[in-house]
Ligand binder design. Structure first.
Ligand SMILES: Nc1nc2c(ncn2[C@@H]2O[C@H](COP(=O)(O)OP(=O)(O)OP(=O)(O)O)[C@@H](O)[C@H]2O)c(=O)[nH]1
Ligand SMILES: [Mg+2]
Length: 322
């Protein structure tokens, strides 16, 4: 049984079982957020009192503390007030559904279904140091493979020592080939080789790992531009996905980093990692609002299976329980 074939901004059909498992993963990964600031927000809504201006102020303060970000908080609260007025809601308790609906709307504003139309479908993964790029690539490889796709990985992070070995180890675990030239090689040459191999072997998905040096940001952006050129010369329209990885534990700082990537790298999609280690679940709203790209994946742990398709409704349900 497949459900929500292209629903909720997702690219791949999920079985009923998979969707349920992923919802559970999201619920587990948001536990810290749910018990933290979002728990306080739930408490705020528990009152059976009339809605006052003070209530909206309190809500705003909690959302900002919950890492939703000032602008996004103001947007969210004003939309919730509008919805409350439209629906003639008078009591705090009844306003919770209104906030939940607007939270989902913010997350879904830029959601777009994505079809794997090209072969190879090329994914360039980017983001600053240590956010979880390589781990996410392993998770994606595993996921695509489980869905019957052939996958190839490219180790274009040739900068950090042992980066290639790390990807190779993941490749082995996931059972997918990894194209490498070792540490110190030209990342462009790795990408060149990988494109050739992926085209020749007709793999479905090619996922490219890149270096995330913070201290040399301009060079990093130049390198990304160069890699993209090499890719598109080999296959018109590729890369089909430029996936920006953001670490949830970095909060608003991560949003700022993301913005600088946006300017340089034509990011198409976002993944949020380490949600399980963070109480800053509110960051997802700031990302959706500021980056204006769909959040596709959420990292829920360190294992290959610890990920879920980002599901706006499930995410909001898990942060702010009914
Ligand atoms: N708890 C948790 N840890 C994660 C998650 N994703 C990645 N990590 C951990 O974060 C650390 C960094 O992960 P990497 O995948 O190596 O990050 P990277 O972005 O490739 O790092 P560089 O290659 O150095 O830029 C590792 O210890 C991972 O196990 C996640 O979703 N949850
Ligand atoms: Mg890496």
């Amino acid at each position: 049984m497949f459900r929500r074939l292209f629903g909720r901004g997702q690219d791949a059909p999920r079985t009923e079982e998979e969707a349920q498992q992923e919802e559970q993963k999201i619920e587990q990964a948001t536990e810290k957020s749910r018990r933290g600031l979002f728990g306080q927000i739930s408490q705020l809504f528990a009152a059976d009192d009339p809605i006052t201006l003070e209530f909206w102020d309190d809500l705003e303060a909690l959302l900002i503390q919950g890492d939703v970000g000032v602008e996004t908080t103001q947007y969210l609260v004003s939309r919730t007030i509008d919805r409350v007025n439209r629906n003639g809601v008078k009591r705090i308790r009844d306003a919770k559904q209104m906030l939940r609906a607007e939270m989902v709307a913010v997350l879904q504003e830029h959601a777009a279904p994505r079809q794997i139309a090209a072969k190879p479908y090329v994914v360039l993964v980017t983001g600053v140091n240590g956010v979880g790029k390589t781990t996410l690539i392993a998770k994606l490889a595993h996921r695509y493979k489980t869905h019957g796709k052939s996958v190839m990985l490219a180790a274009a992070d040739t900068f950090r020592a042992a980066a290639t070995e790390q990807l190779e180890a993941w490749g082995q675990r996931a059972g997918v080939p990894v194209i490498t030239r070792g540490q110190g090689a030209d990342p462009g040459a790795v990408v060149y080789d990988a494109m050739d191999a992926a085209l020749e072997q007709q793999v479905d998905i090619l996922i490219i790992d890149t270096a995330g040096r913070l201290h040399a940001k301009t060079n990093l952006m130049k390198e990304l531009t160069k890699l993209k050129q090499i890719i598109s010369r080999k296959l018109e329209g590729a890369p089909h996905e430029v996936l920006l990885v953001i670490d949830a534990t970095t909060g608003q700082n991560g949003v700022l980093q993301a913005k600088s990537f946006m300017q340089a790298a034509d990011v198409t999609d976002v993944a949020i990692t380490k949600m399980d280690g963070s109480a800053k679940g509110g960051i997802a709203f700031a990302i959706a609002q500021d980056i204006e790209r769909p959040i596709r994946y959420i990292g829920t742990g360190e294992k290959m299976t610890d990920m879920a398709m980002f599901d706006s409704q499930a995410f909001v349900d898990s942060l702010l329980t009914e």
